[in-house]
Structure formats: structure tokens, C-alpha cells
Design a protein around this ligand. Structure first.
Ligand code: ATP
Length: 274
């Protein structure tokens, strides 16, 4: 139905095994999102535990929130829909509310279902005197649907992702809504080793390449930053290489140079978060 933008997320086979570190986060989402719908479904019924409500993932950009959502979509036996603010917001008053109502009605008809709101702050922003009536009514409509007073939201789970949790209306934190918040931190040493290992897989590397040293020097970098470091090092190696037969594999000097160029996006985020 083109009027109700329920898009499945393009998970392209991402699983939890692809995600480095974040063990706590994985445990939480497993408990809250996977268990209600999969192996533990009967236990939920037995304990009369409703499978509803939501989890808000927050933290600096590029640290795996979208990846976690994709892994969830792959691993839970539920329909998994991606709700983007741009699909919902509309220049005409009243249209966004209708879209939100339609999305939820559609989702309830397909339970069990996970609704993933990426950049949720765009839809769930704090209502203030100076925000427009349009924003305020959109936020109110979303809150009403998440409550599901008249409708049954059992079997409808919400997953939200944001870099700016402080800009969400506090009403979204109440029970049944995004009642659990999980911080998705920048990768620790072990996770950076894992991510770098994956990024370097199948790439020409010098035998003396000191990955442990790169791991030490990349404290405070996000997964996305690490990817930028590797790409930059590769660009430098390509510059150094005359041809495929005379190529210069990735070495410590390439990384030394790349590390000078790539800045931590987490540091910027922390400045903003303060
Ligand atoms: P944003 O807030 O900017 O949307 P995000 O937190 O959703 O960022 P992702 O898009 O999931 O971050 O991560 C960006 C990229 O960084 C991923 O595609 C992946 O390659 C890599 N990455 C980030 N964190 C991890 C991780 N823990 N394990 C493996 N790869 C990671």
C-alpha cells in the first residue's frame, strides 16, 4: 500500500556475529526483542509477559546502531520495518498523523512486528512552545499510537536509534514506549581489533603490518572512522604502487599517514553531548 510506507530494512544478511564488541547491547536487544518473538515466545506467554514496548539505542555516530538493527532484522522471526522520518513528515498539516496511524494499523495487522525508527529524533523531538503545531501534533500522534490504548500493541516492538537522545521528548521514555535506553559506545580495544581485522581481510598487507599498534592508536574512533582510516591507507598504498605486479601492500607508514588525516567523529559528538 503506497499510502502506508512500511519498508522492510535492507539487512543483506548482517548478523550479530558481524558486530564487534557491544556484548551488553547485544544481550539487551536479545532479551527485549529477539526472545519475545523466537525461542522464548512460549515462556513469555507462560509468564504473561507482554511483548511490547521499545528500546532506544543512542550514542555517537558510526558505532553500530544501524548494524544492530540489521542484525536484529535478520535474527528475529518477526517482520521488521524501517520507518524513516522523511516517509512520514509532510508539508500539509494532518498528513503525518494519518501516515503514523496507518503505519501502526498496518503493523498491528502483521504481528509480531518490529518497527525501527532510524534518526528517531526527527519524529520524536521535544515539544516546545516555539515548535510548530505540525511538529507537536506529529509527536502526539506517535505517542498515542505507541501507547495503543484502544489497540493492542502486544507483539509490536519499537526500536529507535539516535545520536541526539537529549532532543527527544521525555514522554517517549515512559513505560510501553522507548522504555529502555541502551548506550551504543564507541568500539573498545577488542572491538577495534575485530573491526580492523574484517576491514583488512582479503586486502594486500605487508608482513610487518602492526595491527595491534593501529588498534592502540585508534582509541576513540568509531567503526565508521576505522573504515575511513583503512580506506585512506589504501588510497596511499595505491599512490605508492606502480602496478598490480609492483604493488606496495598496506604497511605501517600508510597507516601512520592515514591516522593523521582521519579525525574522530566520537570526539566531536562528545563535545556536542557535553
Ligand atoms: P549513525 O548514527 O551515523 O547512523 P550508526 O551508529 O548507525 O551510525 P552504523 O551505520 O551501524 O553506525 O556503523 C557504521 C559502519 O561502521 C558500519 O557499516 C560498520 O562497517 C562499522 N561498524 C561500526 N560499529 C561496528 C561494530 N561494532 N562492529 C563491526 N562494524 C562496525
Amino acid at each position: 500500500n503506497p499510502e502506508t510506507p512500511l519498508r522492510t530494512i535492507n539487512a543483506s544478511g548482517v548478523t550479530f556475529a558481524d558486530i564487534g564488541g557491544l556484548e551488553d547491547v547485544k544481550k539487551q536487544v536479545r532479551r527485549r526483542i529477539i526472545n519475545p518473538f523466537t525461542g522464548k515466545r512460549d515462556l513469555f506467554r507462560k509468564f504473561k509477559r507482554k511483548a511490547g514496548g521499545g528500546v532506544l539505542m543512542y550514542g555517537p555516530p558510526g558505532c553500530g546502531k544501524t548494524m544492530l538493527a540489521k542484525a536484529l532484522a535478520t535474527e528475529c522471526n518477526a517482520r521488521f520495518y524501517n520507518i524513516r522520518a522523511s516517509d512520514v513528515l509532510d508539508k500539509y498539516v494532518g498528513v503525518a498523523e494519518k501516515t503514523i496511524r496507518d503505519i501502526f494499523a498496518n503493523a498491528r495487522a502483521q504481528k509480531p512486528v518490529v518497527l525501527f525508527f532510524d534518526e528517531v529524533e526527527a519524529l520524536a523531538q521535544r515539544r516546545q512552545m516555539d515548535t510548530t503545531a505540525k511538529i507537536n501534533t506529529t509527536v502526539s500522534a506517535l505517542l498515542t499510537e505507541m501507547d495503543g490504548f484502544s489497540e493492542d500493541n502486544d507483539g509490536v516492538l519499537f526500536l529507535g536509534a539516535t545520536n541526539v537522545p537529549w532532543s527527544l521528548d521525555s514522554a517517549f521514555r515512559r513505560p510501553g514506549r522507548f522504555d529502555r535506553s541502551i548506550f551504543v559506545p564507541p568500539p573498545d580495544k577488542v572491538a577495534r581489533g575485530f573491526i580492523l581485522g574484517r576491514l583488512l581481510q582479503d586486502r594486500p598487507t605487508a608482513s610487518g603490518l602492526n595491527v595491534a599498534q593501529i588498534v592502540d592508536k585508534t582509541s576513540g574512533l568509531s567503526g565508521a572512522d576505522l573504515s575511513a582510516v583503512v580506506d585512506t591507507a589504501i588510497d596511499i598504498a595505491i599512490e605508492d604502487s606502480a602496478s598490480v605486479t609492483e604493488l606496495e601492500p598496506l604497511n605501517n607508514a600508510h597507516f601512520k599517514e592515514a591516522l593523521k588525516e582521519v579525525k574522530s567523529s566520537v570526539g566531536e559528538w562528545l563535545g556536542q553531548a557535553r
